[in-house]
Ligand binder design. Sequence first.
Ligand code: GUN
Length: 285
Amino acid sequence: MAQIIDGKAVSAAVKQEVAEETAKLKEEKGIKIGLAVVIVGNNPASRVYVNNKKKACEAVGFQSFEYALDENTTQEQLLDLITVLNRDDRVNGILVQLPLPAHIDEKKVIDAISPDKDVDAFHAINVGKIMIGKYAFLPCTPAGVMRLIESTGTEISGKQCVVIGRSNIVGKPMAMLLLHKSGTVTICHSRTQNLKEICLGADILVVAVGKANFVTGDMIKEGAVVIDVGMNRLENGKLCGDVEFESAEKKASYITPVPGGVGPMTIAMLMKNTLTAAKQQAGIE
Ligand code: GUN
């Protein structure tokens, strides 16, 4: 039976580290840290995420500046706001909650954020830095996953690591971070043949496909570390991950639950990135 990885506890530890450093910066150097959170439209899931991000800011001692814009906001209006935030010294990090309404080009919006304030690490400059391995901002979800794997004491170097999913936000940067730790990384996706066979070879399996219960226990190697990035809502209203927990926990050595696994980590890493941004802007790091 697997040990459950407690994402809430690891996330609390990260936030505690950030809070301590934030207090110290304020006391010793008079630095106040601020995060701008921009949301466009009324997507209920986005609203929940944004509220949680604001709460986390408060908990670690950051100021948060919310910009809740109407669904009909034009791309130009949004780009104008980003220009203002790029120049605002109170704002160390800018987060534009995705997805944006269909009439707005997400790429244009991400490109407009100053790479120094891009705490999601979505800007092409930051993505490129991650590829090279010399980066300030870690992409929040993959960085959270790395921290969870570390919390188990599992050595990544030389291990077979399988990532299912190839999104720009999770799958691709996830594979890169595992590679930087000298994992032997395979990226699987919807066209992958022999998926089960490949998964059965995985010492570390990270699943980010967005399909409820996609990975089942029979696809998991005995003793594997299984990280479930999925967050799906079933018809009965229950939340579930991309991994069928009941069968998977019989095979894995460590496994993340949903909710309470990767989810809380993403926000904690966002706080960490905002702290890093503030330090860099102050010339400290
Ligand atoms: N939408 C879903 N995940 C994310 C994220 O990590 N950052 C932003 N900005 N939007 C998201």
